[in-house]
Ligand binder design. Sequence first.
Ligand code: ADP
Ligand code: PMV
Ligand code: MG
Length: 380
Amino acid sequence: MEVRDCLVSAPGKAILHGEHAVVHGKVALAVSLNLRTYLQLKARSDGKVCINLPNIDTFVCWELSELKQLTSFLSDKKEEMQRLDAELVKRLREFIGVTNGNLDSSASAILAFLYIYLSLFGSGDMPSLTVSVWSELPTGAGLGSSAAYSVCLAAAFLCATGNIPTPLKEWEQTGRWCQEDLELINSWAFQGEKIIHGNPSGVDNAVGTWGGMLRFLAGKIIPLSRVPLLRILLTNTKVPRSTKVLVARVKDKINKLPSIMIPVLDSVDAISCTCEKVLTEMTCEPITGDHYNILEELIDINQHHLNVIGVGHPSLDTLCQVTAARGLHSKLTGAGGGGCGITLLRPETDSTTVQGTMKDLRDCGYDCWETSIGGPGDSV
Ligand SMILES: Nc1ncnc2c1ncn2[C@@H]1O[C@H](COP(=O)(O)OP(=O)(O)O)[C@@H](O)[C@H]1O
Ligand SMILES: C[C@@](O)(CCOP(=O)(O)O)CC(=O)O
Ligand SMILES: [Mg+2]
């Protein structure tokens, strides 16, 4: 099978409120970032399938004949993709030589690639191709790099199979898909997230697919089109962590202490709903200091809750203390345990304060940058 070359990209995300709680059916508010992951798919004619993942130092090639042996049991039931195909995952784990325990970065990325590739092409004519992925996002830091990676894989392979059109006209720089195509991309990206996260909520792949700001509740995605522009400082503590491990740890804690943990999750839910209400008010009435006072208080309370849930880290405590010394409010974003945090900047926060805070954070060894939030979803 010959495939058409294509280049796709998808944004990372920041979760304003609701990380972890969203896995347990609570509301999350998330927004795309202007940092993206890019994927280039190129057809080959030598019967090889290759993957180049420079961000995680992973470069692998297989013969098509090897991959074909993994597909003998696959049927053409592509609509049955709500659940992961456990038999395919088992075979793939054996194939890459990781039969038990958690997968490392490279094994997770390879497994997600092979799973989507074989699910989409395995029951027909399998194409020889090279996929190269590179990203502006830090990997494994809470900004949804796994989801952006999965969205790119899903979009590129669905284009290559002809399941969705390549909407690019020659004169266009970027293109967008229709709602139905985006839903298909999102559902395949969710499969990739399941491989990398274990038990994802689906919020990250939804933001990676649609972009902008959205409210996510139990798989239901509501775009928030009327939100004010918020200035955010993003800080990467550079402490590595794995979303899969943290999500599993939170689940254990809820199972062990349900009467203590469930009210905390309910409170996080109320924080997300209150934040959404304040953001909506800010678009309908003049923005006042009171709006920002509430947003800051919500950030502080949620950060305490996330510590209670068990996903804090001393590096994140330092972030909160350093920014609090300048009158700014921070919380972790994403899975926590290290990784990134967000700091809310007020419209009137002057550049001396911002520059001074960034210097203090860099002196702690962190990466720090001011960013705009919102932005386009994935494009081809
Ligand atoms: N650019 C990339 N290239 C290859 N794999 C990636 C890339 N970005 C993310 N991944 C995969 O996603 C994993 C990180 O996912 P996760 O722990 O959920 O962190 P996050 O999504 O917060 O960045 C990596 O270990 C790797 O398997
Ligand atoms: C902790 C969680 O809410 C977000 C994880 O985001 P990230 O992988 O840390 O970028 C998990 C999820 O929603 O699937
Ligand atoms: Mg992730």
